[in-house]
Design a protein around this ligand. Structure first.
Ligand code: FPP
Length: 237
């Protein structure tokens, strides 16, 4: 085995909620609600499998272009999740971080995000990063702007420290459900050496067995980080 069997950091593009609902002649928001159930189960399963960091794409910078009723339903879902899910997550040892541009969110939602982060700040079992109003390009630009404002040199190391996910190592495994094979502006900087895993399952159907299948696939990969296979086998520095 050339690397840790269970990925330390798993990141997920939870795609397919809309299609899950449409196939059942339900409104798209019903798919997002079902997606929330899948997410709850996923957080629990990651904790059980020893994953230490989970990062999910819940709302992209581009999602504002969706129909207004779907955007407000996703905002409402976030507000409901903050009220209903945080006590349980806090009790389970999960530390919440919200990643993304907060200025466009309502005062109520912003306040909820801050309270959820404060309420779980002491937890260490699983860091759970929820990317909301997030884009990979936004993150790179905000990091560069922050360094420029401080008059600091822009290097790979200084950029990595200024990124919104500086508190965790880069993702080992990025999963995308829903059958599409693209990155869609998710973790552009951090995905440099991540293993990619694509599933045809729609996000609401992505259950514990599907997650285990992704972990098993990950365990079979050889991660070389630019080295040769022989170097990896010999653990040459
Ligand atoms: C992509 O499916 C999914 C989203 C844009 C939202 C993801 C949200 C959740 C899983 C619920 C959790 C939400 C919060 C607020 C924490 P899609 O709508 O693009 O599906 P489609 O490709 O089938 O249309």
């Amino acid at each position: 085995m050339t690397h840790q069997r269970t990925p330390h950091h798993v990141a997920i593009v939870m795609d397919g909620n809309g299609r899950w609902a449409t196939r059942r002649f339900l409104p798209r928001v019903a798919g997002h609600k079902k997606g929330m159930d899948a997410l709850r189960a996923c957080v629990r399963h990651c904790g059980e499998r020893g994953v230490k960091v989970l990062t999910v794409f819940a709302f992209s910078s581009e999602n504002w272009n969706r129909p207004a009723d779907e955007v407000s339903a996703l905002m409402e879902l976030l507000a409901v999740a903050l009220a209903r899910e945080v006590p349980q997550l806090a009790a389970e040892g999960v530390r919440l971080h919200f990643i993304g541009e907060r200025s466009a969110l309502s005062d109520k939602v912003r306040d909820g995000l801050e309270k959820a982060e404060a309420a779980t700040a002491g937890n260490t079992k699983l860091a759970f990063n929820v990317c909301f109003n997030y884009g990979g390009r936004w993150d790179i630009a905000q990091a560069a702007a922050r360094l420029a404002a401080r008059g600091e040199p822009i290097t790979e190391a200084s950029m990595a420290e200024a990124m919104a996910l500086a508190h965790v190592p880069d993702p080992d495994l990025i999963i995308r459900t829903g059958g599409e094979q693209r990155i869609s502006n998710f973790l552009l900087w951090q995905a440099a050496y991540s293993e990619l895993y694509f599933s045809d399952k729609l996000w609401p159907d992505f259950d514990a067995a599907a997650l285990d299948a992704a972990f098993a696939d990950y365990a079979s990969r050889e991660r070389r980080f630019g080295k040769t296979s022989e170097q990896v086998a010999q653990k040459v520095a």
